[in-house]
Write a protein that binds this ligand. Structure first.
Ligand SMILES: [Zn+2]
Length: 497
């Protein structure tokens, strides 16, 4: 065994111990912590974050990495772990304490301003702080360094290796093909959603969500489902994965498909190799690949007719009053209605991508300086009109709706669409590899799909960046057309074209 490499693995494990302890505190804060605990909890979390940063950027780590980078006795996975750790180390070292402090102050100011702006429904209250956040983001990009577009440097934090060029190509597909697709169904008769307007007792929702999560393969010996204000997934190691949801008596979609979404994230975390704990090969690839797993289960599987039909008995038994004498077909159509919405998070899986396109265009324009913050509200409103045909009545329903920018998360939004497009490409590839995949799903047999995802994606951790992984899995780079084919096929069952 290589002594230096063992030492490196040990140090990385120590860092992960602290980082995952940080994650436990965060999880507890969302689920159990009494309100009074928040001051000391913030202090504890920030102390741990500081320790993680110090260890990650320590001279000891730097020396180990410098030596290991020249070590040609390492095997392929070890080499990749070292390379990726060097990338992370160098990036973290580029942000000195002064900059990190300035950024975190600007973010806490802008978060406050965003809340006030929402209260007053006035974008001007948020604009000066948002300007500051974008200025610091430009400085951050300059510190990280980039070859093409300054936006590349920011993308790298969420989607290592992803380039603005690639995004331009993918989103040109959204602009032309998705626009045409939406136009095609605009004049058609919309599915009747009356079946969704019913009472769904929460106890029955909870039981149903657990049944479905179990059916999909979520391992309860290595995971939990709890209730939180905003659903999320977090993991402390592959053998302890936490997902959350929320229940509302009058809303079945939010809990069931919310749980399926988080189960997708959770299955990915449970499938990471625990032998690589602390190392890149034991971590997820990126936000987009994570999102590809959640959306594949939520949309490609969970909102398919085969899935709905397979579970229709269970749905009817869970909610006899709502669903007696109703057909799986009418429910399938009701949950797959396409209708432009002002709010991104309330959007259907098709028009959603125009929300991401417009945010991407705005972020890119602000980063390169071709757009001005002061014009943002007008730009937003005119793009919503152009892409979705909607009038924005107030900034709260427009430019002020998302928390991301106030948090300094620039370059994050595109990962949602990328995840969806990767999901379509992965699902199409899985369907070629698994005979009768749709038939298996119709028989609630999800194991072949999960095994395929484990084998081709989960067990690899971050041995490859997303585009390398996509090439390896499907034989080609990310291609928007898979999503186009998927929506034509699926919504052809809902609409007529
Ligand atoms: Zn997600």
């Amino acid at each position: 065994m290589n002594e230096l490499y063992t030492k490196f693995h040990q140090l990385r494990s120590n860092i992960s111990d602290l980082a995952y302890t940080h994650a436990v505190l965060n999880w507890d804060m969302e689920i159990y912590m009494p309100k009074g605990g928040s001051d000391f909890r913030s202090q504890q979390i920030s102390t741990l974050a500081g320790l993680v940063h110090d260890l990650s950027t320590s001279n000891e780590m730097g020396d180990l990495l410098a030596k290991l980078a020249k070590d040609d006795t390492l095997n392929a996975i070890e080499r990749r772990n070292v390379q990726e750790s060097v990338r992370l180390y160098e990036r973290e070292r580029k942000l000195d304490n002064d900059f990190v402090k300035r950024l975190s102050q600007a973010i806490s100011q802008s978060y406050k301003a965003w809340m006030q702006a929402r209260d007053k429904d006035d974008f001007k209250v948020f604009a000066p702080q948002l300007k500051e956040v974008f200025e610091l983001s430009r400085e951050k990009a300059a510190r990280f360094g980039y070859q093409g577009h300054p936006y590349d440097a920011l993308l790298d934090e969420y989607e290592p290796g992803m380039k603005t060029n690639t995004l331009d190509t993918v989103f040109s597909g959204v602009k032309s093909k998705l626009g045409a697709f939406i136009n095609k169904i605009k004049d058609q008769e919309a599915p009747d959603q009356a079946i969704l307007n019913a009472d769904f007792p929460i106890q029955a929702q909870e039981a149903l969500c657990k049944t479905i999560a179990t059916g999909l393969g979520f391992d309860w010996n290595r995971g939990r489902l709890d209730i939180s204000e905003h659903p999320f997934t977090t993991s402390f190691n592959p053998n302890d994965v936490r997902i959350t949801t929320r229940y509302k008596e009058n809303n079945l979609l939010e809990s069931v498909w919310g749980v399926i979404h988080e189960v997708g994230h959770g299955l990915y975390e449970q499938g990471l190799p625990d032998s690589q704990y602390g190392l890149p090969a034991g971590e997820p690839v990126s936000l987009a690949i994570h999102e590809s797993q959640s959306r594949l289960w939520e949309n490609n599987v969970g909102k398919s007719f085969n899935f709905i039909d397979a579970y229709w008995d269970t749905f009817q038994n869970s909610f006899p009053e709502a669903f007696a004498n109703k057909s799986s077909q009418s429910f399938f159509k009701a949950i797959n209605k396409i209708e432009p919405n002002l709010i991104r998070t309330d959007s259907d899986e098709v028009t959603y991508h125009f929300h991401i396109l417009l945010r991407y265009e705005i972020e890119k324009g602000l980063m390169e300086g071709s757009l001005d913050i002061l014009d943002l509200e007008d730009i937003w409103n005119s793009k919503i009109k152009e892409y979705l045909g909607l009038d924005v009545p107030s900034p709260k329903l427009g430019v002020l709706q998302d928390i991301h920018w106030s948090h300094g998360s620039i370059g994050y939004f595109p990962t949602y669409s990328l995840g969806t497009f990767y999901a379509a490409q992965f699902y199409a590839t899985a369907a070629k590899a698994i005979p009768d995949l749709d038939h298996q799903i119709h028989h609630k047999n999800f194991a072949p799909l999960l095994v395929w995802l484990r084998e081709n994606i989960h067990r690899l951790g971050h041995q490859y960046d997303s585009e390398e992984l996509c090439l390896k899995v499907s034989g080609e780079p990310l291609n928007y057309n898979y999503f186009d084919e998927y929506i034509h096929h699926k919504f052809g069952q809902v609409y007529k074209f």
